[in-house]
Design a protein around this ligand. Sequence first.
Ligand SMILES: NC(=O)c1ccc[n+]([C@@H]2O[C@H](COP(=O)([O-])OP(=O)(O)OC[C@H]3O[C@@H](n4cnc5c(N)ncnc54)[C@H](OP(=O)(O)O)[C@@H]3O)[C@@H](O)[C@H]2O)c1
Length: 249
Amino acid sequence: MSRASQTGQDLPPMSPQPAEASADDPCGAIGGADPDRPFVVAQLGQSLDGRVATATGESRWINRDAALDHLHRLRASVDAVVVGIGTVLADDPMLNVRRVAGRDPARVVIDPAGRLPHGARCLTPDGAPRIVVRACDEGAPTGVEVIRLATGTRLMDPLAIVAALFERGFRRLLVEGGSRTVSQFIDAGAVDRLHVLIAPMILGSGQTGLNLAPIGRLTEARRPRTSVHLLADGDVLFDCDLRSDGRTA
Ligand SMILES: NC(=O)c1ccc[n+]([C@@H]2O[C@H](COP(=O)([O-])OP(=O)(O)OC[C@H]3O[C@@H](n4cnc5c(N)ncnc54)[C@H](OP(=O)(O)O)[C@@H]3O)[C@@H](O)[C@H]2O)c1
């Protein structure tokens, strides 16, 4: 961890600040991503014991202000934010940029079976594009685009979701949750960068964070190049480059 990281000084000041990139900025790699290919960052906020929500589905707030500011900076760094329907049903998030200065990204909900309530806050017509990704014929409120994709055995291919969004001009994507969605995107090889925000909190039983395909041997474990940032109020950000592998670096 760098000296600056230990003091939390390498992270941008608290809100409201414009989403600018700098050498030490964990959002910098996202803002500067190659515009000719999709760039996907995923985030999860979790407890020390690896939970993203309590057993009853409560996740507000595991992380504290600096981590929430960081999440909003991530949103402001991308063209579209993607969540699974489970997150919308549990949290009814707005998915806009409020804690920092910056542009609201498009909001995308993966909702294969058409369970998204028309009154969900992420569908509010505020100028940002709103998209649902569906496998079924269910309609959507006026102004909400529907992307229809086939399901494989059970899932819509995360790479097909990324490609469909890229075709529409959404080049930088934030997969914001929940854990099932983030895990599927990582297992599919669709994620470039993973930001895990760990709060010094112990939840006990609850919803696990990443739940990836098993490996046979410890030597097969991935060791992505990672930078660690201690945030001002005690949460820790692990910024993992999933396109790298520390075993071969
Ligand atoms: N701590 C955090 O950072 C954080 C962030 C977000 C959410 N959360 C918490 O996480 C919980 C929700 O997470 P979750 O894992 O249960 O749900 P989720 O990931 O939000 O949504 C999962 C659902 O989305 C649909 N889906 C996602 N990807 C799909 C794909 N590739 N193909 C087909 N369907 C796909 C499926 O819907 P169907 O079930 O309709 O098939 C799937 O069951 C809530 O408690 C929320 O508070 C925490």
